[in-house]
Design a protein. Sequence first.
Length: 202
Amino acid sequence: MAIAPSAIARGKLLPRRACGIAPWRAACWLPLACCSFAALAQAAIAAATAERRIKAAFIYKFAGYIEWPAKSFVSADAPIVIGVEGDESLADELARIVVGRKAADRHVEVRKLARGAAAAGLHAVYVADPRDDRIAAIAPPSAPTLVITAAPGAFPAGSTINFVVVDEHMRFEASVDDAERRGLKLSSRLLAVAQNVINETP
């Protein structure tokens, strides 16, 4: 049943003293509350968009500081292929960033992965939710695939690089141990700017 705005304005749909607020005051408060909620929603969307762009830029840059085994590429001019599992918006943003650009003198391709899909043919993969052994299912520990995550405790699950937020800024941690198990070499320049480096190998 449609409700006429005038009915709200006259206080017919509000208790005479709802929580101690006079009907006319409550009627005035409703639009303000709606505006506040809308502003908060817009701010949240803007923040999520900014975070997505920063992650995408980082992921693209990572590709230029990783050394993969020669056998990882079918030819000297084969592209670096990056998969994104569980975050289509991030995949779209990353695909936008890499257009016309190279990393380590190679073109970059972006693929969207279905949930739990194997990372066959991928050189790097972002896993949005690394729980429940999903990393192992996508990229086994011995696979020469750079695994990127953004979750607490992701390293034991098989992550190579993990995003963290420090003082409201996006940073990343890196596991040299995981990289070595995968046959990857992380550039010293990459490690120099990492928030934390996991390297327990003597």
